[in-house]
Write a protein that binds this ligand. Structure first.
Ligand SMILES: NC(=O)c1ccc[n+]([C@@H]2O[C@H](COP(=O)([O-])OP(=O)(O)OC[C@H]3O[C@@H](n4cnc5c(N)ncnc54)[C@H](O)[C@@H]3O)[C@@H](O)[C@H]2O)c1
Length: 400
């Protein structure tokens, strides 16, 4: 079928297999162009199909020749209906890994469930024995708790006060005010259940108890801090409470891993266009302004540049891993540069529908967003028939 983007709100309902392949191949080329990293050899990536998780899988495989197991929750294709982009990304990744002689297998299912954890452990035991790096990169709006069975839904709300500020509808370019009423205590608790550190700790516990973590194994989860303008809805809002919990969980996991000499880290990454971040009010306007400034000064990075730098300049340097006063790795350093932040704050004050295309990088935002779904890549013939039914060979699908 001919596949075109079909937008609904902040998601795109279709994705292009050839375009997703191009997206993955571009990222592989980038990692290869930066040279080898003396990095991990056997890696589990939880949330491996898009965004930072996909970039972590690609960097591990093509930067360090690592064998990778990827866990994700993606929609497989059906006749006349495209798969979700993470599915096609993973297909392309596995094909490229196979060509390069690298082990790569994937598990599609709910990572919050016991079943997916058990399947993953079985696969590690059967194929890899032990792993030396676990990347935890889930972004999800819901989590069914594996013990209580309760379905928790996360919310993106301020705490205490109603929040009003600018936001942009990145499809239309219209800048308007958005008002978000404060959350309830239950909202905070639910968001922490979904995006906090409990599931990360459960994974590490299960892997450790099963004996599938190598001596000195490391685990890294991703967090975000961001600027003052997004603080009420992000870092000081419900999601920020979840990130506080995730960051605190790193210390608990490090204690648990002491017996194998392992360590847990949180890496604070840059704000980027991903499916997860497009859903957060205010963030798209901030990202449009940030991109403009960082591109002008030559410091702009996407997921792959961020993660390649995280591996090569932070995690695997043969020296101590540098952390901030709260024990976090900072790869958002270029974003949080005070000069950059000062410029964003200035632009923010004057941003309107009329001037955003000039003062911000709305075009870059839109193009990155389309790219997430495999659209807008040079070298892909979008007018040609594409086979939506391509499937990942050997994919383990876990249905509860
Ligand atoms: N995007 C940003 O600007 C940004 C910045 C800093 C940190 N982060 C953090 O990075 C992490 C990853 O975010 P992203 O933006 O790359 O998100 P993303 O939406 O691109 O990726 C999410 C991944 O999680 C998987 N997933 C979701 N629910 C799942 C489930 N129930 N079971 C199995 N897999 C599931 C998806 O399949 C996908 O692989 C998050 O913790 C996020 O907070 C994001």
């Amino acid at each position: 079928m001919i596949i075109e983007p079909r937008m609904r709100g902040f998601i795109c309902l279709t994705s292009h297999p050839k375009g997703c392949e191009k997206n993955v191949l571009n990222q592989i080329d980038y990692v290869k162009s930066k040279g080898a990293i003396d990095g991990p050899k056997k890696v589990l990536v939880i949330g491996a199909s898009t965004g930072f998780g996909l970039a972590s899988r690609i960097t591990s495989a093509f930067g360090s020749d690592a064998a990778t197991i990827g866990v994700f929750f993606e929609k497989a294709p059906a006749e006349g209906k495209t798969a979700s982009p993470g599915y096609y990304n993973s297909l392309a990744f596995e094909a490229a890994a196979g060509k390069a002689g690298l082990y790569a297998k994937s598990i599609n299912g709910d990572a919050f469930s016991n079943e997916v954890k058990e399947q993953t452990i079985d696969l590690i035991k059967a194929d890899l024995g032990q792993i030396d790096l676990v990347i935890y990169s889930l972004a999800s709006p819901v989590r069914q708790h594996p013990v209580s069975g309760v379905l928790h839904r996360s919310v993106l709300k301020p705490i205490g006060d109603t929040f009003t500020d600018k936001t942009v509808d990145f499809h239309t370019g219209i800048v308007s005010d958005v008002t978000i009423t404060p959350c309830s205590d239950e909202d905070i608790a639910n968001t922490v259940e979904v995006m906090g550190g409990e599931d990360w700790a459960m994974w590490m516990d299960a892997l450790l108890n099963a004996g599938v973590l190598a001596d000195g194994a490391m685990t890294v989860a991703y967090s975000y801090i961001g600027p003052k303008v997004t603080e009420p809805v992000y870092r000081k809002g419900t999601i920020g409470m979840a990130k506080d919990h995730l960051e605190a969980t790193a210390f608990k996991i490090t204690d648990d891993l002491a017996k194998i000499g392992g360590k847990a880290f949180v890496s604070v990454n840059k704000a980027l266009v991903t499916q997860a971040s497009s859903a957060i009010p205010v963030i798209p306007l901030y990202i449009s302004l940030l991109y403009k400034i960082m591109k002008a000064e030559g410091t702009h990075e996407g997921c792959i540049e961020q993660i390649q730098r995280l591996f090569s300049a932070r995690l695997y340097t043969n020296g101590t891993i540098p952390v901030d006063e709260k024990g976090r790795i900072r790869i958002d350093d270029w974003e949080m540069n005070p000069e950059v932040q000062k410029e964003v704050a200035e632009l923010w004050k004057g941003a309107t529908t009329e001037n955003l295309t000039a003062i911000g990088d709305l075009a870059g935002y839109k193009s990155d967003f389309l790219n997430l779904f495999g659209f807008g890549f040079d070298g892909v013939d979008y007018a040609a028939e594409a086979n939506e039914m391509v499937e990942i060979p050997g994919l383990i699908t876990v249905v509860k």
